[in-house]
Design a protein around this ligand. Structure first.
Ligand SMILES: C[S@@+](CC[C@H](N)C(=O)[O-])C[C@H]1O[C@@H](n2cnc3c(N)ncnc32)[C@H](O)[C@@H]1O
Length: 275
């Protein structure tokens, strides 16, 4: 049964039995030191704006409202994460995987922590999610990637449905045959993927929402149909939607009531189907 749990993920996870999930996705606050805000925008006609839409008309984005959703600041992020990642390890099935999503500010400390919990031999990949959107500072290279660390419960045996991955275009399609170029290739550990478009259908308005395409790739390759995906820091419920769309079960935990409200709307269709 799909579940949305409102509350701190530590007691919620401690109440679950050993080995009950096949994939854990963890996208904790990145410790940016900022309050994360929900921004509501609207598109208005403006003949002097740069964005060109249907029929050559010009539009600009107008900010309607911002509201604080959660405070992204910890005195000691590792002290916060450690007991939660120990629970994630306990909850994983023998062939299960953890995908830990973080950015350049904390990834090196988190990698050392995860090595100590899972064992270095269970570290499988450092996935770079690369995008290109937003401000570009003038005096250093713009930071336009997140890091996703993949760990397995077992050092030898894990789920990896390679053929279930989506395929991506070749960088130089002219160098491969027509048939290969049309089929595309499997991704490497660098995943180019756009962010959730601020004006697109996928957007829920919840800050730090991750793209469904990234989560569907993880769910499809690293779990089988009918298995359970746990999202420990669920936010808008992207991992849960990826699971539900692809015939997997989900448990989504968040301590913010705004996140729970967003998920209840976003996941209503699948919760209704399952009950
Ligand atoms: C980076 S956001 C997750 C975004 C999500 N992956 C998405 O696609 O929408 C982190 C979330 O963790 C939640 N959170 C922080 N500490 C938590 C805790 N101890 N227990 C449960 N949720 C927590 C916050 O409320 C926030 O929604």
């Amino acid at each position: 049964m799909p579940q949305i749990i409102h509350g701190d993920n530590l007691p919620a996870m401690r109440a679950m039995p050993d080995g009950c999930v096949h994939l854990v996705y963890a996208d904790p606050p990145f410790n940016t030191g900022h309050a994360q805000r929900r921004r509501r925008m609207r598109t208005v006609r403006d003949d002097s704006a740069e964005r060109i839409g249907f029929g050559g008309r010009r539009y600009r984005e107008e900010l309607l409202q911002t509201a604080v959703q959660f405070l992204d600041q910890y005195d000691d992020i590792l002290e916060f994460l450690e007991p939660r990642l120990i629970e994630a390890y306990r909850l994983l099935s023998p062939t299960g995987s953890l995908f830990f999503h973080i950015d350049y500010r904390e990834v090196h400390y988190c990698k050392v922590l995860l090595d100590s919990i899972f064992g270095r031999e269970c570290f499988q990949n450092e996935i770079i999610w690369a995008y290109d959107y937003g401000a570009r500072p003038g005096r250093k290279w713009p930071a336009k990637h997140d890091t996703i660390l993949w760990y397995t419960k077992s050092p030898k045996d894990w789920t990896f449905h390679r053929a279930a991955s989506d395929r991506i275009p070749y960088m130089a399609p002219g160098l491969v045959g027509k048939e290969k170029a049309a089929r595309g290739k499997l991704p490497t550990d660098v995943w180019w993927h756009t962010i959730v478009s601020p004006t697109g259908k996928e957007k829920t308005g919840y800050p730090t929402q991750k793209p469904l395409g990234i989560l569907e790739r993880i769910v499809n390759v690293h779990t089988s149909k009918g298995e359970t995906v746990l999202d420990m820091f669920a936010g808008s419920g992207t991992a849960a939607e990826a699971a539900a769309r692809n015939g997997r079960d989900f448990i989504a935990i968040d301590r913010s009531k705004e996140a729970i409200a967003v998920m209840q709307t976003r996941l209503a269709e699948w919760i209704a189907k399952a009950s």
